[in-house]
Design a protein around this ligand. Structure first.
Ligand code: IMP
Ligand code: MG
Length: 492
């Protein structure tokens, strides 16, 4: 059944103001939902919202155990405990130095920690003033999925453990990173994490009652739906069964919400060449035939779903694995799920007053700088009159000029003191504002006045972004998501 947008579908802001800002859909590139025929979903951290407190703690402790039993790390590391607030997404690990970095959109390093300690500004500048963070260099590893947070926390703690407790010198930071990476990789692959999650789904996932309603709404609007996940079928089945426990009675099985399910897909490779496509064997008679696959590639998916390119909208949480490739290589429209948005937006609302104060102080600071510059120009002007015209001038005139230079100098000095005061105020406000988001790293999307590397990638690759899939329920089916007009500096 083709979907016919209602005449109201083109009114972009319909009802937007009534939706809590935390739950809104933000638009980087115009997207007409009426033009979308197929909607795909990643599973982990997209359809499935993990309880980060319990899940990250589980991943952390399994990795710690395995480092001791399988990589011969000292038992003392078992005493370490997980600090869920140490990191944010979008950071970078410098595996050459054991540092963790935050970089802006141009790759400039704006914050750095060694282990769990902040690097002094001067050390940071010395280390990174000539370095631009680029992932072409093997040295840098990106923390771009929520799955990476526990392992990078562990990395920082183990760097500290070896250097401070075990007093080890010449630590091989790259080898340490590799050991931890391999261990966490194994914990995902050998079932150690998944076995425990499946036994206690309530503990590890946040149940969202609106998810089933949202999927149903998409189906009623005539969209075909699919899942494309790197998770195995047994895990996808267990998790989705749990998440859609309030499914409609007429649906005998959760898979009926979806036209196709692609598991174990090996994204991002799936988007370029992929692996061979196989049907998943199962004994569940409630599942319709020819529905569940593993492996494959995007071309095969497009053939099976009978749509391609910009008729497909794909929801994912991973900038590189889900969003960048599907958009760049296939021309799919993309929706990024950013779990942290709810917190970031709600905190922003709370600190609006501080941000207004910041704008006022910045304006005052600009004005003072202009006044100081103008006084400086007057001083230079008077001084050059003296130098150029002293032959034509009486001694009193020269003394008079000195007097005026002196007055301007006094005034200039006072202005500079005021400039300093406003700069101190700005620095204090900046720190207050940033620390409300995360004490160590500040805002997820920003680095001072610039976008963070993460923020920039979201803007470049996600057509829309929001904190969870079910936020779409509040929007009408044919919604025309319009991006705000981007202004050139002279237009502001
Ligand atoms: P998706 O986000 O639904 O595509 O799937 C994520 C899958 O990747 C989950 O099954 C995770 O357990 C798995 N995963 C996450 N991190 C790693 C890793 O480092 N190595 C192997 N698998 C991972
Ligand atoms: Mg995911």
């Amino acid at each position: 059944m083709p979907f016919l947008p209602t005449p109201l579908a083109n009114i972009s802001s319909l009802g937007e103001q009534e939706i809590e800002k935390e739950k809104r859909v933000f638009v980087a590139r115009n997207l007409k939902m009426g033009n979308i025929e197929v909607i795909g979903f990643d599973l982990d951290h997209t359809l499935a919202i993990y309880n980060l407190q319990t899940f990250d703690e589980l991943c952390y402790s399994i990795a710690k155990q395995k480092l001791v039993t399988e990589k011969g790390f000292p038992k003392a590391i078992l005493e370490l405990s997980y600090n869920p607030n140490f990191l944010i997404r979008g950071l970078i690990v410098d595996t050459q130095t054991g540092n963790i970095l935050k970089a802006n959109q141009y790759g400039y390093v704006s914050e750095a920690f060694h282990g769990q300690k902040r690097l002094k500004r001067i050390v940071r500048k010395q280390t990174y003033s000539n370095v631009t963070v680029s992932f072409a260099e093997k040295r840098f590893e990106s923390v771009d999925t929520l799955f990476a947070l526990p392992e990078i926390s562990l990395y920082a703690q183990i760097v500290d453990y070896f250097e401070e407790t075990a007093k080890k010198t010449n630590l091989d930071y790259a080898k340490l990173y590799k050991d931890i990476r391999e261990t966490v990789d194994l914990s995902h692959k050998d079932g150690s994490i998944k076995e425990q999650v499946i036994q206690n789904l309530d503990k590890y996932f946040i149940f969202d009652p609106k998810l089933a309603l949202t999927l149903e709404k998409f189906r009623k609007a005539g969209k075909k739906l699919f899942i494309l996940t790197n998770s195995e079928w047994f895990y996808t089945d267990a998790v989705m069964n749990h998440l859609l426990q309030n499914k409609k009675e007429e649906f005998t099985h959760w898979t009926e919400y979806f036209n196709l399910v692609f598991c174990y897909s090996k994204k991002p490779k799936f988007f370029t060449h992929g692996t061979s496509l196989e049907k998943v064997e199962h004994k569940n008679e409630k599942i319709k035939p020819n529905k569940i696959f593993k492996g494959g590639n995007a071309e095969e998916l497009e053939k099976l779903i009978k749509q391609n390119g910009d008729k497909i909208l794909y929801f994912g949480d991973h900038t590189y694995g889900d969003i960048m490739r599907s958009k760049r290589d296939l021309g799919w429209r993309t929706a990024m799920i950013i779990y942290e948005l709810e917190h970031e937006v709600s905190v922003s609302r709370k600190i609006e007053t501080k941000q207004r104060e910041m704008l006022e102080v910045r304006e005052q600071n600009n004005k003072l700088i202009e006044e100081a510059t103008s006084l400086n120009q007057k001083i230079n002007h008077l001084s050059s009159i003296k130098e150029n015209d002293y032959r034509k001038m009486e001694e009193e005139d020269l003394i008079e000029i000195d007097k005026r230079i002196g007055e301007h100098l006094n005034e200039f000095q006072l202005k500079e003191q005021e400039v300093t005061q406003t700069l101190v105020q700005i620095r204090k406000l900046e720190a207050e504002i940033e620390s409300v988001y995360n004490l160590n790293w500040g805002l997820l999307f920003k680095c001072g006045n610039f976008n963070s590397r993460f923020g920039d990638q979201v803007k470049d690759f996600a057509c829309i972004y929001t904190s969870r899939v079910s936020n779409l329920l509040a929007y009408e089916n044919g919604k025309y998501f319009r991006s705000p007009m981007e202004l050139m500096p002279h237009e502001i």
